[in-house]
Structures are given as C-alpha cells and as structure tokens.
Write a protein that binds this ligand. Structure first.
Ligand code: 4AD
Ligand code: MG
Length: 431
C-alpha cells in the first residue's frame, strides 16, 4: 500500500510513491499536461499530470478539479530544483473528496471588508497561513523563554469582580446575581501568584471594550504577563530586553520561509539585540516639543507621538518614568521624584507602537490604601489585593506584552486584524 504523508515531509520520500490529502490551491494546464498547485496546511507542492502517462479517468479527474477542491493525490516524489519547495510529484492517481464550486476568494484582489467577512476561508491564503505559523512560533518562544528562566506558568481568572486598568473599557456581564467583567489584565492575580511562587507568568486572552477603531486595538487580545518578586524596575527592563531579543531570534531561526512568504525585511529583525535605548517621559516631551508637537507635560502619548520617538531607533525603545497621575493606581512612585512612577512602555520600531507596558508595583500598604482613595476604588472589592501588602510585602515588578501587536511588528503588518485567526474588533464579531 502507498504510504500517506504530508507535504512538509516529502523530502523523506524521494523516488517513492506517496498519497497526500490536500486541496487545490491553483491550477494551470496545457493540452497535454496539468500542473496542480496543491496545499495541505504543512506546505505546497506541484503535482504534474501527464496525459500520455495516466489512465483517462485520472486525466479527467485532474481536469475537473477547481480551486479549493479536496482530494487524495498519489504519485512519485521527485527532486525539482526549479520549484519553490525543491520537490514535485508525478501524479498517478486522484481520488476526489469534494469538488468545490465558486470559491469566493479568487486570486484577484479583494477589498478588506470582503476578506474579513470570509476570514474562515481567507485563513487558507499563503500569507495568512504564514502569519499564523509565525504567531505559533512566537507563542512557543515566549513559553520557552520563561520556562527556561525560572518562571512558573500560572493562569489568572477570566471572569473578575473588579478592574485592573481603569473602568472605562470594562466588558460587563452578569455572574448569576452579581456583576462581573471579562479580565482586562491578569496582573493583580499574578502579583498574588508571585508571592507564592517567586517568578511567574501568565498567557491568556484579555478583553477591552475599546471604542477606538485603530490599527493597533483589538477588543479581545492575548497577553503575556510576567510578575517577579524581589525584582526592581531596572532589572525588569533587563528581563524585557533579553526576552524580546530571544523571541525575535527564535522567529529568525525557525520561520525563514514564512517571513519570505509575507515579504518581511529580515535585516530589520536582525538588528533586534539588546540593550535597548531608554528615554524618560520628560526627555520624550522635550524631544516632541522640539519636533513641533504641541503636547504639554502630563499628557499621555498618542500613536503619532510614539511613532516620532520610535523613528529615532532601529530597536525597541523604553519610555520610562511617566507622570504618576496618568498611570495605573498600582505603580510605585520614583523615590527621588514622586510625581513620576517607576514604569516603562516598550515602543516597537517602524511605527508599531507600544508592545509592552510594565512597572514596579507599590509595596507599601499605607501608600497603596492612599491610591485606592484617590482613584475611588472600593477597598472592599480589592481586600485580597491589599492583603498581599499586609502579609509579607516585598518589592516586585512585572509587565504585560500584547501578543498581536508583537506579531504585527515581527511580521511587518500594517493592521493587527491579520495577526489573530478571528479578530474581535469594534463593529466585528463575525465570523
Ligand atoms: O499597557 P497595558 O494596559 O498594561 C497592563 O494591562 C498591565 N496590567 C500589564 C502588566 O503589567 N502585567 O497593556 C499591556 C499591553 C500593551 O503594551 C499592548 O501591547 C497590549 O497589552 N494591549 C493591546 N493589544 C491589542 N489591543 C488592545 N486593545 C490592547 N490594549 C493593550
Ligand atoms: Mg499601556
């Protein structure tokens, strides 16, 4: 019996007959030969059907195949240096599973709304497939980095009774008779976990009912949130540098073909080695004002500001020490100047904006209570969080990396909607 294999492994079957389950990506034919561009998810291969070498019914079956028809193809694998994969199949048999009619996504150009409405099919396009492979590699590299550096994976809850990043973009739901929210960030729970396990990280979906329709915002996105006991702001920045350099290197090592498919300029990624430049919020404001941006001290940066700062560098840049009053309640004030906090946003190069937000956390119980009052947060809802400072409080820091923005940057995509299989965006819940 002919061995069944997948396209990724055809190199192990040169000179042998094999059977492959696949779809027709594309087709070309002359009167005597049909060239089938076949895909099976693991790769692409050309199947060559020669009229004079196959029974009539195999020739007819090949002729009837349409774009995205599914089939089992059998044939012999040959080395073919002129083909992109390096191999070709001389087809001897075709078993049609399903003949597709009128596949909506044709090789011609389609508008973005059409493609988003057909996202469930669009995923089959070579570029979309390549992005998902790179996304999976990034996830795997993230987990390897933390697993190899003494962190324990901890899963914070998705349904929460209170907020972490302000109340303006909370997703509300009912939890039986109580009010509940979809998590915006697992951070507060990760702080509890760090007090139990030392160095921890989480990786999971987070939700923000963002009313902004931008290239960088999703309603549902995935976040990696490390939290580290006995680690200060400075050391946290060093972890972030080595972590990001590791992830980019792992994509360069493992996804060359996919980066090529999407046309990414690899030389830009090869420059991503630490240490990364740092600029304080104060200096960033001065720089922006010199550049003609009319932004006063105390205001948060928008996308154009971040891009203007990032353009000075070829690696990500840290913007540190933001004003206390525009940052989250849990951030530790700088002991030398309590008007600013020990925090940093990591801004990706090439205009991709903030990929990491992080800080040292307040460890002083009295100061944390003060912040609760200022931010009008109910100490009742957060009693458990205050407990962490009451029972053996320690200096600790952590950060959150947005997966989709990271994928957009590494892949060089101009919108986060292509970085996740089924994006949830303002005005889009389908498919
Ligand atoms: O800066 P943020 O809001 O930080 C936090 O949530 C902290 N609690 C994290 C922590 O310290 N554990 O979000 C972190 C990152 C951002 O830098 C960005 O990359 C991403 O999450 N992010 C989004 N990505 C896509 N769509 C959105 N709406 C996003 N909001 C934040
Ligand atoms: Mg942020």
């Amino acid at each position: 019996m002919t061995a069944q294999t997948v396209i990724r492994q055809v190199s192990q079957h040169v000179g042998q007959p094999v059977k492959i389950g696949c779809w027709v990506h594309n087709k070309r034919s002359s009167g005597k030969i049909q060239f089938l561009q076949l895909r099976d998810g693991t790769g692409y291969i050309q199947g060559v059907v020669v009229r004079s070498d196959v029974p009539e019914e195999v020739w007819d079956a090949a002729k009837s195949l349409t774009q995205e028809s599914s089939l089992y193809v059998t044939g012999e694998i040959r080395e073919e240096p002129r083909s992109q994969s390096g191999y070709e199949m001389t087809v001897t048999g075709i078993e049609i599973i399903h003949l597709t009619e009128n596949y909506p996504i044709t090789p011609k150009e389609h508008g973005i709304d059409f493609l988003m409405d057909h996202r469930h099919l669009w995923l089959r396009a070579p570029k979309q497939r390549a992005i998902l492979v790179i996304r999976a590699q990034i996830i795997s590299a993230i987990q390897n980095y933390f697993d190899e550096n003494g962190f324990t994976l901890v899963d914070p809850p998705i349904l929460t009774p209170s907020s972490c990043e302000g109340t303006t973009n909370l997703f509300h739901t009912k939890y039986f008779d109580e009010d509940a929210y979809l998590t915006q960030s697992g951070q507060l729970y990760m702080e509890a976990a760090a007090m139990a396990l030392g160095k921890v990280y989480s990786f999971g979906p987070t939700f923000r009912a963002e009313k902004s329709k931008t290239r960088r915002h999703l309603i549902e996105f995935w976040m990696i949130e490390p939290e580290m006991a006995f680690v200060d702001h400075e050391e946290s920045l060093r972890v972030q540098e080595s972590f990001i350099a590791y992830v980019v290197q792992s994509v360069l090592d493992n996804c060359r073909k996919e980066l090529e498919t999407i046309g990414r300029d690899i030389t830009k990624l090869e420059k991503i080695v630490g240490p990364f430049p740092r600029i304080t919020y104060d200096d960033a404001i001065k720089f922006l004002n010199e550049q003609g941006y009319d932004i006063p001290w105390g205001e948060d940066f928008g996308a154009p500001h971040e891009t203007a700062i990032a353009e000075k560098y070829e690696t990500p840049v840290f913007i540190t020490h933001y004003p206390t009053k525009i940052k989250a309640f849990y951030m530790k004030p700088d002991p030398t100047n309590p008007d600013v906090v020990l925090c940093a946003d990591m801004i990706a190069p090439e205009g991709y904006g903030e990929i990491i937000g992080g800080s040292q956390r307040i460890d002083d119980p009295a100061l944390l209570e003060e912040r609760f009052t200022e931010h009008e947060l109910s100490t009742e809802a957060y009693q458990w969080y205050l407990d962490l400072r009451k029972y053996g409080t320690v200096p600790h820091s952590g950060f959150g990396l947005g997966l989709e923005r990271t994928v957009a940057w590494i892949c060089g995509l101009d919108h986060v909607r292509e970085t996740i299989p089924f994006p949830r965006m303002l005005y889009r819940l389908y498919p």
